[in-house]
Design a protein around this ligand. Structure first.
Ligand code: S3P
Length: 175
């Protein structure tokens, strides 16, 4: 049984790398935000607006507790999943956790036109991303067993870097 979780800021590539990594390893990829939306019956953005962030975090916590026990394969998590201690503990003790580290500036370039992420629908998203980074970078590091710098490589290169780290650590056997 192999369970690998990807953590990092919104837009750091968790979903894309999660899908590619799953394909490369012949595993299934699960995106916790999708599971949450299935449970909510609406988009995360709508739910945030209607019920507020704390209520969303409760649902997120329940989903993370479930999937870190039931899903075999790759888990892509929402960027705020590390905010709660319970989530950090569940992720770290039940999964091999990879932090895809991107700078706030890098993410700003990628997400400039994004309309879906509720936390970034503000006048100054770059300052928001810098604030999120300051709070969360230590939490991602605390949760993760591996840190991979995303920088600017292509998806294929980034995927190779993740696989190489996991092979070096003996999580994956080299082929
Ligand atoms: C959030 C990130 C989102 C989603 C929700 C809250 C956050 O996931 O879970 O909008 O707090 O950073 P992504 O990291 O996939 O964008």
């Amino acid at each position: 049984m192999l369970r690998i979780a990807l953590v990092g800021l919104p837009g750091s590539g968790k979903s894309t790398i999660g899908r590619q990594l799953a394909r490369r390893l012949g595993l299934t990829a699960l995106d916790t935000d999708h599971v949450i939306e299935q449970r909510l019956g609406c988009s995360i953005r709508e739910y945030f607006e209607r019920e507020g962030e704390a209520s969303f975090r409760d649902v997120e916590q329940a989903v993370i507790d479930d999937v870190t026990q039931s899903h075999n394969g790759i888990l892509s998590t929402g960027g705020g999943s590390v905010l709660r201690l319970a989530n950090r503990e569940h992720l770290r003790s039940r999964c091999h956790v990879v932090y895809l580290r991107s700078s706030p500036e890098e993410i700003f370039r990628r997400l400039r036109h994004d309309m879906q992420r509720p936390l970034l629908q503000v006048d100054d998203p770059l300052t928001r991303l810098r604030d999120l980074y300051a709070i969360r970078d230590p939490l991602y590091r605390e949760t993760a067993h591996f840190v991979v710098e995303t920088g600017r490589p292509s998806v294929a290169n980034l995927l190779n870097m993740v696989v190489m780290q996991l092979e070096l650590a003996g999580v994956l056997s080299p082929h």
